[in-house]
Design a binder for this molecule. Structure first.
Ligand code: GDP
Ligand code: MG
Length: 147
């Protein structure tokens, strides 16, 4: 594997990563960013943002109508979120693998959710991170958070 210093090669893709309010409140922002960087992805944009309902309605449009939608939006409004764009070959899949499965209690050890998360009062939404799930979602989500 080639290590590109100061830039990625032409096949690099980008993803939108969020450290959710639980991660920021627990002081895990730096740890989480460090784990993504340590895997070899490059940070290309970063900001701390208190999301608006408008941003979250756009970001979670695919989940409208699900039972967890409203609690999820309320949770995401409960404190600041760290929004980051990372770049690298297959970073979308690579970050989702690093993040672990959705439910933090049972996410595999070695993953961000598995190592750092658990259920707090059965609130599955408090799973520390978000990562785009496809190139189409990544493009849409980067434009929502970094317009
Ligand atoms: P992800 O891609 O692993 O983040 O999971 P999804 O796209 O399926 O869901 C989006 C987010 O909604 C998750 O990261 C959780 O924060 C939350 N969520 C998903 N499923 C549930 C659930 O069954 N209950 C609750 N409370 N939250 C959920
Ligand atoms: Mg998802």
């Amino acid at each position: 594997q080639e290590i590109a210093i100061g830039g990625e090669n032409v096949s690099a893709e980008r993803t939108l990563i969020l450290v959710k309010p639980d991660g920021v409140a627990r002081g895990l922002s730096g740890t989480i960013l460090a784990r993504v960087e340590a895997k070899g992805y490059s940070l290309v944009d970063l900001k701390l943002v208190h999301a608006t309902r408008e941003i979250l309605e756009a970001h979670y449009a695919g989940h409208v109508g699900k039972p967890f939608y409203e609690p999820l939006v309320e949770f995401m409004l409960s404190g600041p979120v760290l929004a980051a764009v990372f770049e690298g070959e297959r970073v979308i899949e690579g970050f989702r693998s690093l993040a672990g499965s959705t439910e933090p209690t049972t996410a595999a050890p070695g993953t961000i959710r598995g190592d750092l998360g658990r259920d707090w009062g059965l609130k599955v939404q408090q799973n520390l991170v978000h990562g785009s799930d496809s190139p189409e979602s990544a493009e849409k989500e980067i434009s929502i958070w970094f317009s």
